[in-house]
Design a binder for this molecule. Structure first.
Ligand code: AKG
Ligand code: FE2
Length: 391
């Protein structure tokens, strides 16, 4: 029921966000059961077979095996049902939790503690005593890579940029190329770290200068309800499950659609087997493994750009690293949304980011989206993060 004055998207957001009583998820589209929705969903062909070798290097199954879908009435929206290898999912989770929060990348913890320690080293609390403060890793809400998105100005600046990890660029390029964007050049990424109570409010991603290139988004961990809205805030939205490993590409007419993540689901029913185990036993198929006991501390040949290195190497993720990741994922979801900021030859303006103390105003209410001051609603209240937000 849409109350007068309240948009359909916001109504649906509240419905799926509700705790008591928990919402009925029967109306959420599950693209793993696409065949049950012939009116809504169609299978789409990808331009993928040439990418098989490269795909495996970044933790993907051979591209010829991916299942991709489009949605009737949503041109430019492409959903790829988890194309990752099990070891690939573990690799990406470890990258997101251990490596990407490191400086010079920017995260929500920076404003409060510019000297912040290694977020990864803070670990996960053993117990859940409310008296024990949350660790940095538990307070992590977002990380920016490449051109660092400025949450206040909602712009990217040529002056505020660090290098994008090569494996992020490679993965996004493969996914984009498969979806018909062979020239996609990853230049920025926002990583969203959702805990069980987190949400991301309705917003449009329109800060990029070149909107002809897609958003390439992938997620790991607990499943989520994703709302795919229209071009206007008041348009109705389609609720879709996003499970671990699922990829969304928003392009063309769908590039500027409103979207939101009102709910993270309980890991009980939603965390895939390959992300559950406390260590990474050798996988049955393909002879891969995520790590052996006593794995080395910094095994990042792929991140270093070593030729021939692969995310699916047996020791890509050590058992010790995986233990932290698996504990984190029990009540978390990690999303990575990769963006091309500017067209080739187009200059990103040199606007210095404002001093951090000006950012306090960015914590606002649930009303709104990227374009009116809200957007990355991410905490228990559904509020948007600002640079100063420790979650
Ligand atoms: O978490 C998601 O699936 C969506 C993230 C998103 O919309 C964004 O980062 O702009
Ligand atoms: Fe978004």
């Amino acid at each position: 029921m849409v109350e007068p004055g309240e948009e359909a998207m916001r109504q649906l957001f509240k419905f799926y966000r509700r705790r008591c009583p928990a919402p009925d998820l029967g109306g959420v589209l599950d693209l793993r059961e696409a065949a049950r929705h012939p009116d809504t969903v169609y299978r789409t062909r990808l331009e993928a077979s040439a990418l098989d070798d490269e795909a495996q290097r970044v933790g993907l199954q051979p591209a010829s095996q991916w299942r991709a879908y489009g949605l009737n009435g949503y041109p430019g929206f492409i959903f790829i049902v988890n194309p990752f290898l099990p070891s690939g999912q573990r690799f990406w989770v470890r990258q997101c939790l251990k490596l990407y929060p490191r400086k010079p990348n920017v995260c929500n913890l920076d404003a409060h503690d510019p000297q912040r320690d290694d977020v990864w080293a803070s670990g996960i609390r053993a117990g859940k005593s409310p008296r024990e403060p949350r660790s940095l890793l538990e307070k992590l809400r977002w990380v920016t890579l490449g051109y660092h998105y400025n949450w206040d100005t909602k712009r990217y600046s040529a002056h505020h940029r660090s290098s994008l990890p090569v494996e992020v660029s490679a993965l996004a390029a493969i996914l984009a190329a498969a979806c018909g964007f062979p020239t996609f050049c990853a230049e920025a990424a926002i990583l969203n770290f959702y805990r069980a109570d987190s949400a991301l409010g309705p917003h449009v991603d329109e800060s990029e200068l070149d909107l002809s290139q897609p958003l390439v988004s992938f997620s790991f961990g607990c499943s989520a309800v994703f709302l795919l809205g229209g071009l206007r805030r008041e348009d109705p939205a389609l609720p879709i499950f996003m499970h671990s490993g699922d990829v969304m590409v928003m392009s063309g007419e769908s590039r500027l659609r409103y979207h939101a993540v009102p709910r993270i689901l309980d890991s009980g029913g939603t965390l895939p087997e390959c992300l559950r185990e406390p260590s990474c036993p050798r996988e049955a198929a393909g002879g891969e493994a995520g790590g052996e006991a006593g794995g080395h501390a910094e095994p990042d040949p792929l991140a270093r750009g070593d030729p021939g290195a692969s995310a699916t190497e047996p020791d890509a993720v050590s058992a010790a690293d995986w233990e932290v990741c698996a504990r984190y994922l029990r009540e978390s979801r990690v999303n990575v949304t990769v963006r091309q900021v500017a067209a080739p030859g187009e200059a990103v303006p040199n606007t210095e980011p404002p001093p951090l103390h000006q950012n306090a105003a960015a914590i606002v209410t649930q009303q709104g989206g990227y374009n009116d001051g809200d957007a990355h609603n991410h905490d228990e209240e559904g509020h948007r993060h600002s640079k100063e937000d420790t979650g």
